[in-house]
Design a binder for this molecule. Structure first.
Ligand code: SAH
Ligand code: SF4
Ligand code: F3S
Length: 470
């Protein structure tokens, strides 16, 4: 997920299950995940539900009895990838006519039964709130019918299901703290594919963090579309918990467990959250605060409910309260009616914010959204492309400056893995979420070490261990 500066930076990654539940008698499931971290986290819930129902996993699609694609609908090209993959699976089905192909996730929710109709590629369609029904739906397909459940829920958080940890380094894990989104940004399909916002019981979140720590994990990322609007009241004792309170509770699990979170929304992030970050050393000084556009008229059309000035105030508050905080963003080029001047406002707010990193996208109209219904997608493709490349080039420059500023500094790093380029080196992230590569000395995965940075490449800092940490 670290590839930088490309349109599909966070979307469309394919994940296979690296684990096997064992038993040869069981049916074999193969899953690929596309889209955001929420989807990857859901795949772990799906794996858990299926493993309780006589399924084992396979990394080899050729030997699978069931294939699931956990899909993303955020932009048209995310869906096109899935259609391409479904056509490939049709060929696999030729050799194995009993193969069951299921589409899960956001594209399933968006397209519903129409997925069954086109090209006879799909047997099973399941939306993000219906995974508990998977065993029944598989039975239905076994009996020769097609099966669909795309009901959205106001309550489902899968709080009681222990995710099967997949594709993990054994050090960092995702924890979903809420589902859905109530924001209705005009370009965005997520409120339609994931339903209403609901928060998960804080006790189950803290418990999951504790179990992960006991299993050797040293970093958790709390996930939600808008984590700042997390709120949960414990029905038995009336205890209320907002996002700042939740951060505090998870931070108290153990000082050696690092806490990250994503995504923060500029309209909702509070000083209380910023002060909580500062209060606990193990809450990372890193905030993903998507701007989308730097122009107030466009932000209004996007229904982001903040202005350029409000966003700048949020950046100022972060810089003041959490000095040295890493900040990243999402940026969309060529939204409906965006003028050249308005595009320049996006470049200038990026410059002002000094992002360490940005995920950059070309506007892609999504059927049914407010923007699709109310505005014309009128910026020609070549202008969207040119604006996007200006955004990418500026971000490259900002990231380079940010890396240069880090030279000579010493950071506490959580060792994650052996470096891909050399087995003599290890790598890990600092608090600000930057990857640092360093000669391994005696460092092991899961250790904290202090690394002095002496150089950088375009995407990574290079350094040397100066002290073993704790
Ligand atoms: N909840 C998060 C974002 C979720 S989607 C937030 O509010 O910031 C991730 C990113 O995809 C968005 O931030 C936006 O930049 C991008 N995105 C969403 N819909 C899009 C569309 N229709 N076209 C292009 N980019 C889009
Ligand atoms: Fe989409 Fe906006 Fe919700 Fe993010 S906050 S998921 S961009 S509607
Ligand atoms: Fe994609 Fe759904 Fe995530 S649309 S970005 S997988 S919430």
């Amino acid at each position: 997920m670290q590839e930088k500066y490309i349109d599909e930076a966070r979307q469309g990654e394919v994940m296979e299950l690296p684990i096997n539940f064992g038993d040869e008698q069981k049916r074999k499931l193969y899953i690929e995940s596309y889209g955001c971290a929420m989807n990857f986290s859901d795949t772990e819930i799906v794996a858990s539900i299926m493993s309780g129902n006589n399924f084992t996993t396979t990394r080899n699609v050729e030997e699978a009895d069931v294939v699931f694609l956990n899909t993303c609908a955020i932009r048209d090209n995310a869906e096109q990838r899935v259609w391409g993959r479904l056509r490939e699976l049709k060929l696999v089905k030729k050799n194995n006519p009993d193969l069951i192909v299921g589409v899960l996730g956001c594209m399933a929710e968006r397209l519903k039964t129409s997925l069954l109709e086109s090209e006879q590629l799909v047997d099973l369609v399941v939306g993000p709130d219906a995974y508990r029904d998977l065993p029944n739906l598989i039975n239905k397909v076994d009996s020769g019918q097609k099966a669909v459940n795309v009901l959205l829920s106001r309550e489902e958080t899968y709080a009681d299901i222990s995710p099967v940890r997949l594709s993990t380094n054994g050090i960092s894990a995702f924890i979903s703290i809420m589902r859905g989104c109530d924001n209705m940004c005009s370009f965005c399909v997520v409120p339609f594919t994931r339903g209403r916002e609901r928060s998960r019981d804080f006790d189950s979140i803290v418990n999951e963090a504790r179990l992960l720590f006991e299993d050797g994990y040293r970093e958790v990322t709390l996930l939600g579309q808008n984590v700042d609007s997390y709120k949960y009241t414990n029905e038995s004792n009336g205890e209320f918990c907002n996002f700042a309170n939740l951060l505090e509770k998870v931070a108290l699990v153990n000082p050696l467990l690092r806490i990250r979170f994503s995504t923060s929304h500029p309209k909702d992030i509070t000083d209380e959250v910023l002060h909580t970050i500062v209060k606990y050393e193990n809450i990372c000084n890193y905030i993903h605060l998507p701007v989308q556009s730097g122009n107030s008229r466009i932000l209004k059309l996007m229904n982001r409910t903040y202005t350029r000035e409000w966003y700048i105030d949020s950046i100022n508050a972060i810089r003041k309260i959490v000095p040295g905080c890493g900040i990243s963003s999402d940026v969309i080029s060529g939204f409906c009616s965006e003028t050249e001047e308005e595009h320049k406002d996006t470049l200038s707010i990026m410059q002002y914010s000094q992002y360490d990193y940005s995920y950059t996208f070309k506007y892609s109209e999504r059927p049914g959204t407010l923007a699709a219904r109310n505005y014309k997608d009128d910026i020609p493709e070549e202008i969207k492309n040119r604006r996007l490349s200006e955004i990418i080039m500026l971000q490259r420059e900002l990231s380079h400056q940010s890396n240069k500023r880090d030279e000579g500094k010493t950071f506490r790093v959580l060792v994650e893995a052996v470096s891909k380029k050399s087995t003599d080196d290890m790598c890990g992230r600092n608090d600000q979420n930057k990857m640092i590569v360093f000669p391994k000395q005696n460092a092991k995965k899961g250790d904290y070490v202090y690394v002095k940075v002496h150089g950088c490449t375009s995407a990574t800092l290079l350094g040397e261990i100066v002290e073993k940490g704790s």
